[in-house]
Design a protein around this ligand. Structure first.
Ligand SMILES: Cc1cc2nc3c(=O)[nH]c(=O)nc-3n(C[C@H](O)[C@H](O)[C@H](O)COP(=O)(O)OP(=O)(O)OC[C@H]3O[C@@H](n4cnc5c(N)ncnc54)[C@H](O)[C@@H]3O)c2cc1C
Length: 338
């Protein structure tokens, strides 16, 4: 019997984990609307500078994720990051923060792990799915440019839940659970300077500010020194200002930066703002994944029960756990090669 043909929509850590674990058991294609892989494990080059403007690091608390990562740690694709971390608050003395577990980063950028996972996979990029339809006992995908792909026996969605709702078939019995998922947004601001003054931190958590997090360029493993800063806003501030003009958001975040550091910084040579509308799930499902065996449809991602949303806990590891739980379940179904 031929292996089931399976389309995975999304080449973030969820989709890539699922495709990796199903390798050899199904005929898998991973489809993503972006030019590259990684999703929110995102990196961006601006001239000589490089920014991780999505996930900053990831932890591995489960044995399963630790085991999955080990070959990539051994290969140097993933390394523990040990920055000098401060907590900053305007008007208060900065204090040091200690990390009590490894905080991993991709080397030389956050996309390193997704790129390594994708290397052996069948990928289709710059392909934005707009519809998933049943035709003659199989699934067909329609893309934004009106082209189509299929037939598929199974379709699995791994995007943030509110995005899945836009194009997944209404027969999917997991849609109701996904309707309850909520996400919080985040602004990422990438700043490049002619020369930065000496800073006493590599990374800083900021309190009582529109800013949540600051990282000095070149402080991560495998990166070269650069005169840049990456800022993340708080989720709450981003929710209030989400539709504000970019120039206003940039001004306000730069003011918050000066306040947090306690000195005015020189004007940046460039600034680039990214709006993450679905940064982290603020309300999640109570299941590990959504599976509809009757219709051969499924979904997994960082909106599942593995996310500790109350503690800002949507994490790379949550996506990994959701995808690996789904892979394990799919492999028990008839048709998937043992
Ligand atoms: C600003 C920010 C900071 C973060 N910080 C951390 C952190 O420090 N530590 C941590 O562990 N986690 C962090 N996270 C969360 C972490 O990045 C995510 O939980 C994780 O990467 C999600 O992976 P995923 O594969 O489930 O989803 P995604 O990475 O979102 O992947 C989904 C993919 O689906 C694709 N897609 C969506 N719609 C379509 C469509 N219609 N057609 C085709 N493709 C589509 C997207 O392009 C995307 O590549 C952060 C996230 C953000 C945004």
């Amino acid at each position: 019997m031929p292996a089931p043909r399976l389309a995975i929509i999304g080449a973030g850590i969820s989709g890539l984990t699922l495709a990796t674990l199903l390798g050899g058991h199904a005929d898998v294609v991973v489809i993503d609307k972006s030019r590259g892989v990684g999703g929110r494990m995102a990196s961006r080059r601006v001239g000589e500078a490089s920014f991780d403007h999505g996930a900053q690091f990831f932890t591995a608390r489960s044995k399963a994720f630790q085991r999955f990562l080990q070959p990539w740690i051994d290969a140097g694709t993933v390394k523990a990051w040990e920055p000098r971390v401060l907590t900053l608050e305007a008007g208060s003395k900065p204090y040091r923060r200690d990390w009590f577990e490894p905080h991993y980063v991709g080397v030389p950028a956050m996309t390193a792990l997704p790129k390594a996972l994708a290397a052996g996979l069948n990928l289709s990029l710059q392909a934005e799915v707009t519809k998933v339809e049943r035709e003659a006992e199989a699934w067909w995908l329609t893309f934004a440019d009106s082209s189509r792909a299929g037939p598929f026996d199974w379709v699995v969605a791994t995007a943030p839940a509110p995005q899945i709702l836009n194009w997944f078939p209404s027969v999917f019995n997991g849609l109701e659970a996904l309707q309850h998922v909520r996400y919080a947004p985040c602004f990422a601001l990438m700043l490049g300077f002619a020369e930065l003054p000496e800073l006493r931190f590599d990374a800083a958590r900021v309190k009582s500010s529109p800013l949540d997090w600051i990282v000095r360029g070149g402080s991560k493993e495998g990166t070269v020194p650069q005169q840049t800063l990456l800022l993340h806003s708080t989720r709450a501030w981003a929710a209030e200002e989400l539709e504000a003009e970019s120039s206003i958001v940039v001004d306000n975040l730069c003011k918050a930066l000066d306040n947090a550091i306690g000195i005015p910084l020189p004007l940046p040579e460039f600034s680039l703002l990214h709006r993450w509308r679905y940064a982290s799930s603020a309300q999640t499902t109570s299941s590990a994944f959504e599976l509809d065996v009757t219709n051969s449809l499924a979904a997994c991602g960082d909106w599942s029960v593995f996310s500790d949303a109350d503690n800002g806990g949507t994490r790379v590891e949550s996506s990994f756990l959701s995808a690996s739980a789904l892979a394990e379940r799919l492999l028990t179904l008839p048709g998937f090669r043992a």
